[in-house]
Ligand binder design. Structure first.
Ligand SMILES: *Cc1c(COP(=O)(O)O)cnc(C)c1O
Length: 459
């Protein structure tokens, strides 16, 4: 297949069922170029790194665009991604300062601006249809609110989200954001999304799209903060840094793998899971064995409760020497037997790619949140606690270990209270959230009703 320009891949990545389009090879960043980036601020660095991939947006416009995305008033931090030192050689990479207090904002906010740019250029419109049980939906809504040419239709299960999540999503008053609360569970919302986007006539006539975690623009935007973290904790060329990443869908850590492939001196990529340890098991044994929905536990780090990792295929592609025939074979095996076995390659996971793994339990999370708080005064959320717990096992002297902070504790206050006896304070600008007026359309779990609503309100 011929290489596509970035904007085409961006729009193609909207296919609800596809979109695993990534570059086959990654540009190399040499020592001199890397060192020349030390003085840049976050948007300056984002323009450099994303500019290596974005071939059809002029550099001056890309620079302007990322300056609109990564603003201190949107991210609640002058540095956008601040570093927060902990004890024992660990440092948090503060990725969760954005509007929904989770790392997904970093990529989603970029996606929102770049969509608007490309759609304006093409004089096109787009209707994003999705289902959420909380996190991804709110990140998408905050990124796309008020954007020209785009409307968002987000289905959520009525009465089944936390008060904080409800207040966050339903208080948005932007005319292009439509929250549809359905009288049902998350899976039923998801089924309606599949049904409507599977109706190809409806999909085409209403320019329906999705914002998957396998969207290349999201993966690309995440590469930036691995470079940022490295530049902030090193002092000169070639110094190594390890990263620990709380993982579910393998999206975040895939960006770390790509940064390392581009030449960033990354020693280890520490993959942390909770009790749902499909990925931890793979890196420990070489066997990939996704679980069924029934085998997936509901844990206190809920955003990592996954049974199959949609971005994992891209890493396995590298592992098998970018042989797409071999990759297809493995996925056929997966379909037939429910697993595949790469245990003969296990030694390479670390020696060649830097990957190690570990998992944690609810008790580990509580203990880690408490001990980190007592030792440093820093309160971490349960997902970040999974990362801290596993990272501690792999710290080496003289090599900084950056733990990716994937959410702020205020989002998961119940677990915080369980760990330290008091709830987590929400950031100042969110304290009034609960008292804001909410706007939501409640309806039955009925695809016909959702379809009619979209027909009446589409962009
Ligand atoms: C999405 C999410 C994760 C998992 O990230 P992946 O890219 O899916 O591996 C971890 N923590 C939080 C808070 C999240 O929202």
């Amino acid at each position: 297949m011929a290489a596509l320009p970035f904007s085409d891949i961006l729009l193609e990545g909207l296919a609800p069922d596809g979109g695993l389009t990534l570059p086959e090879s990654f540009p190399h960043v040499d020592t001199q170029q890397l060192e020349s980036w030390r003085a840049l601020d976050y948007p300056g660095l984002a323009a450099e790194v994303l500019g290596l991939y974005i071939d059809d947006i002029p550099r001056a416009e890309l620079s302007r665009l990322v300056r609109q995305v990564y603003r201190p008033d949107v991210f609640g931090a002058a540095e956008i991604v601040p570093l927060k030192p902990l004890n024992d050689g660990l440092t948090l990479l503060g990725l969760s300062q954005g509007p929904t207090l989770a790392f997904k904002d970093i990529a989603m906010q970029f996606l929102g601006h770049v969509f608007e740019y490309v759609l304006t250029q093409r004089n096109a419109t787009l209707n994003i249809l999705g289902a959420t049980s909380g996190d991804t939906g709110s990140a998408a809504e905050y990124a796309l609110r008020g954007k020209r040419g785009i409307s968002v239709f987000m289905l959520s299960p009525y009465g089944r989200m936390s008060d904080f999540q409800r207040a966050q999503m339903y208080s948005l008053q932007d005319a292009n954001i439509h929250n549809l609360a359905l009288r049902g569970v998350f899976d039923e919302c998801q089924d309606i999304v599949k049904k409507l986007s599977g109706d190809l006539d409806f999909k085409a006539s209403h320019h329906l799209g999705a914002v998957n975690s396998i969207n290349w623009a999201r993966i690309a935007a995440q590469i930036v903060y691995y470079f940022w973290g490295w530049l902030r904790v090193t002092h000169g060329p070639g110094e190594q840094v390890s990263f620990a990443v709380p993982s579910g869908n393998f999206g975040n850590i895939l960006s770390g793998h790509i940064a390392r492939s581009m030449g960033l001196p990354v020693r280890r990529l520490v993959l942390a899971t909770n009790e749902n340890n499909v990925l931890e098991e793979f890196f420990r044994t070489g066997i990939y064995r996704p679980r069924s929905a029934e085998q997936t536990q509901a844990t206190s780090s809920p955003s990592m409760d996954i049974s199959r990792a949609s971005n994992f295929e891209r890493f396995v592609f590298d592992l098998v020497g970018q042989d797409s025939g071999k990759l297809r074979e493995l996925w056929e095996q997966l379909g037939r037997r429910g697993e595949f076995d790469l245990s003969h390659m296990r030694p390479q996971f670390e020696s060649r790619y830097g990957f190690v793994s570990g998992s944690s339990t609810h008790a580990d999370r509580l203990r880690t949140i408490r001990s980190t708080y007592e030792a440093t005064g820093v309160l971490i959320d349960p997902h970040t606690a999974d990362g801290v717990k596993v990272a501690a096992h792999y710290v080496e002297s003289g090599i900084p270990m950056l733990v990716l902070e994937t959410a702020l504790p205020a989002k998961f206050s119940k677990t915080i209270e369980e760990a330290i006896g008091v709830p987590a304070e929400p950031p100042a600008h969110l304290r009034s959230l609960a008292s804001l007026a909410q706007r939501v359309e409640v309806m039955d779990c009925d695809a016909q009703q959702v379809r009619r609503y979209i027909e009446q309100h589409a962009a």
